[in-house]
Write a protein of this length. Structure first.
Length: 255
């Protein structure tokens, strides 16, 4: 369980208390964490939606760029990032030269799920990712390619073995779509609007990363003649409800 969750709920992060629980509802602290319930209050079992289990970053973009997970890693807009009417709520709009960055990127492990609502316009080609939605250096990302508008994702494990995949699954332009990429330590599944559309095999623990989290853009450090420090693969379109979870999950009708 994350230390920040234990501290927020009056538990001691230095003690292994995952199998303990004294609020009388017959569920231990680990189950309470996974289900999004209070370990100090007796409650009926009412699990939270899958895409909120193990939540370490949540940017709803409802008029601000705050992170509404327990980690509170505030995003910082750059360029012409504006708020617009989104998919049933406000969303953030990028013009291909703007992005949101957070200095702190979530710690990683053997599982991760990334998800976002997107309303893309045509993306510009670059040598890296094209239209980036959720990006962290090369350690994990979701993007939309230029020209074909297909979903692309990437993961990297601790042996620095990158796994870059173009799914060949197109996303409609100028329409809202929900994209989920979920990794369980042995496979990666991509969902589009709640339907599985691609599956790949991969293994290994994902590393902690020094790179900032980018939404709508990807930070790259200096690589000699290849590139200078800066933000690349800038997204053109609207993004909403960005979530990163350190669990393998799948979409549900409530997400």
């Amino acid at each position: 369980m994350p230390d920040v969750w234990e501290i927020a709920n009056g538990l001691d992060p230095l003690v292994d208390d995952s199998l303990l629980g004294d609020d009388g509802d017959d569920r231990n602290n680990l189950q309470e964490y996974l289900d999004g319930t209070d370990p100090n209050i007796y409650d009926e079992y009412n699990p939270i939606p899958d895409l909120e289990r193990g939540l370490v970053a949540y940017y709803p973009f409802d008029g601000d760029t705050n992170d509404y997970s327990l980690y509170g890693n505030t995003g910082h807009p750059s360029g012409n990032s504006i708020f617009v009417d989104g998919n049933n709520s406000p969303a953030i709009s990028f013009d291909g030269s703007s992005y949101v960055s957070s200095e702190v990127s979530p710690l990683l492990g053997t599982q991760i799920t990334m998800s976002a609502w997107v309303n893309p316009r045509s993306q510009s080609y670059d040598n890296y990712t094209n239209g980036g939605i959720i990006l962290n250096g090369g350690d994990y990302e979701i993007a939309i390619t230029a020209n074909t508008n297909t979903i692309r994702y990437a993961l990297t494990n601790v042996t620095n073995t990158p796994f870059w995949v173009d799914t060949d699954i197109p996303v409609s332009l100028n329409e809202w779509s929900h994209i989920v990429v979920s990794y369980d330590g042995s496979k990666i599944i991509t969902y589009l609007n709640g339907t599985e559309v691609h599956r790949g095999s991969y293994s290994g623990t994902m590393p902690s990363t020094p790179y900032p989290l980018g939404i709508g853009g990807r930070f790259l450090s200096q690589g000699g003649s290849v590139h200078n420090d800066g933000w690349y693969s800038l997204f053109n379109g609207e993004v909403d409800e960005v979530k990163i979870c350190l669990l393998y999950t799948s979409p549900s009708p409530r997400d």
